[in-house]
Design a protein around this ligand. Structure first.
Ligand SMILES: [Zn+2]
Length: 134
C-alpha cells in the first residue's frame, strides 16, 4: 500500500517542524494559498496525536494562518480536520478572500470542479509567499 502523505515529494514540503509537515494542498484547487499541516507519522486524527504534538500544533497553525492573512491578504482562514481518508492527521488551512465566490466558501472548497482550478504555478507561488513569512 502506498501512502500519499508518506510519499509526499520532499520538494513539496514548505516547512518541517515539531512532527508536522506544511505543504500546499495535494489536488487542483481554485483557492490560492490552501495549505495543509500533516503529521509526519501515522496518526489518524487529532485524538491520536501525542501531548507534545498537540501542544505544537496550535501555535504552528496560528502562525501559518497569520501569514496567509498578511501575505495573501485573505480576509479569513478556515481550518478543517476531516480525516476520512489518510492515515495521517492533517489540518487544511484554507484562505477565504473578498473575491472568493460563494460556491468556494467553507466546506464547498473541497468540491470545486477541477475546471475551476488555478494554474499550478499560481498555487505554488502563493505557497512560497506564505513560507517566506514563517
Ligand atoms: Zn503514511
Amino acid at each position: 500500500m502506498t501512502c500519499p502523505a508518506c510519499d509526499l515529494a520532499p520538494a513539496r514540503v514548505l516547512l518541517r517542524r515539531d512532527g508536522f509537515l506544511l505543504h500546499a494542498v495535494n489536488q487542483p484547487t481554485p483557492v490560492k494559498g490552501w495549505l495543509v499541516l500533516t503529521s509526519e507519522r501515522h496518526a489518524r486524527a487529532w485524538y491520536d496525536l501525542t501531548a507534545e504534538e498537540s501542544a505544537a500544533l496550535g501555535p504552528f497553525a496560528r502562525r501559518v494562518m497569520q501569514a496567509q492573512l498578511s501575505v495573501l491578504k485573505a480576509e479569513h482562514v478556515y481550518a478543517f480536520a476531516i480525516g476520512d481518508v489518510l492515515q495521517h492527521f492533517h489540518l487544511h488551512l484554507v484562505p477565504r478572500f473578498a473575491s472568493t465566490p460563494s460556491h468556494h466558501r467553507g466546506r464547498a472548497a473541497f468540491d470545486a470542479p477541477a475546471s475551476e482550478a488555478l494554474d499550478a504555478r499560481e498555487v505554488e507561488a502563493a505557497a512560497l509567499a506564505v513560507k517566506g513569512a514563517l
